[in-house]
Design a protein around this ligand. Structure first.
Ligand SMILES: NC(=O)c1ccc[n+]([C@@H]2O[C@H](COP(=O)([O-])OP(=O)(O)OC[C@H]3O[C@@H](n4cnc5c(N)ncnc54)[C@H](OP(=O)(O)O)[C@@H]3O)[C@@H](O)[C@H]2O)c1
Length: 265
């Protein structure tokens, strides 16, 4: 299966999957270096700008249906998008210093958030749970596969507190929950500058609303749910001139199409 790349309204580029593992490893090994010359390679087109992005960086990702849902109302999301998008999320984890998810995702999916489908080291796992709803029994708190940080509101977190194996990090409450910029700052102080925000919709939306995303990747799967948990939800606008119109690139991931928004492009 080939992934493809396109920008603007041009055609989308099919991006190769597992057969490109060797090329993926080369890209990963040479991150921060001048790109090896594989002009026209879709894998390189997709990942090179991400691998070479300097300084603090945050990329959000959601897989959604044609009608903008990321899960059923009861919270079932496996597997909305296909295997190539799943492989893509593992590659994004491998690029990132830390992978972030909201409390609902941990409750419903009990994800491992590790790199298992491609080469690369596991990122630090970060769970946003302002009121400490999670009891510490989920895999990110118990499996020891990678360090886990639990972000709790500072009025609830106790000094030195742990939840399972996770270190609890207090974050100040803002107007709309924990301020994504404060989250980025707190993680950056721990050397976690390159962040992959993997969901769900509430978490990614709050980062987007706060202007705390450098890129947003939305993979659209050819399925209609007709109900369910929403993808991006932002404060209401009254005119289309207030909508976000970032520069975009498009990639074919098997049956799915991923549109990547670049908010600094
Ligand atoms: N299709 C996909 O790409 C994808 C990816 C991941 C998950 N999912 C699915 O999506 C569902 C979960 O998504 P969701 O949108 O319902 O929830 P979510 O984003 O996983 O978690 C949202 C919760 O996390 C906490 N949170 C996140 N950011 C916060 C912030 N800045 N400040 C304060 N609290 C914050 C809040 O907890 P409190 O409510 O305690 O305040 C919030 O309600 C699950 O069913 C999962 O299977 C789908």
């Amino acid at each position: 299966m080939n992934p493809a790349v396109t920008t603007g309204l041009a055609a989308a580029t099919p991006v190769p999957a597992a057969a490109d593992e060797a090329r993926w490893q080369t890209l990963l090994e040479h991150r921060n270096e001048a790109p090896p010359s594989h002009a026209g390679c879709p894998l390189q087109a997709l990942y090179q700008p991400l691998l070479t992005s300097r300084g603090p960086y945050a990329v959000g990702h959601l897989a959604q249906s044609l009608d903008g849902r990321i899960a059923t109302t009861s919270g079932i999301s496996r597997w909305l998008s296909g295997g190539e998008d799943l492989l893509h999320t593992h590659r994004m984890r491998a690029i990132a210093d830390a992978v972030l998810v909201g409390a609902n995702t941990v409750l419903h999916d009990d994800p491992q958030l590790t790199v298992r489908l491609c080469a690369g080291r596991n990122p630090v796992r970060v769970v946003i749970d302002p009121d400490g709803r999670l009891d510490g029994s989920q895999r990110v708190f118990t499996d020891g596969a990678a360090p886990t940080l639990l972000l709790i509101a500072d009025d609830l977190a106790r000094p030195g507190e742990r939840r399972g194996q996770a270190e609890v990090i207090p974050i100040a409450r803002g107007t709309h929950g924990l301020d994504p910029h404060q989250i980025r700052h707190a993680l950056q102080q721990r050397g976690l500058a390159w962040l992959f925000i993997e969901g769900g919709g509430v978490t990614v939306s709050r980062f987007l609303a706060a202007g705390a995303l450098d890129r947003l990747q939305i993979t659209v799967a050819p399925v209609i749910l007709g109900s369910g948990r929403p993808s991006i939800v932002l404060p209401e606008i009254t005119d289309l001139c207030h909508s976000l119109r970032p520069r975009t690139r498009r990639f074919i991931l098997g049956e799915d199409v991923m549109i990547e928004c670049d908010f600094h492009g």
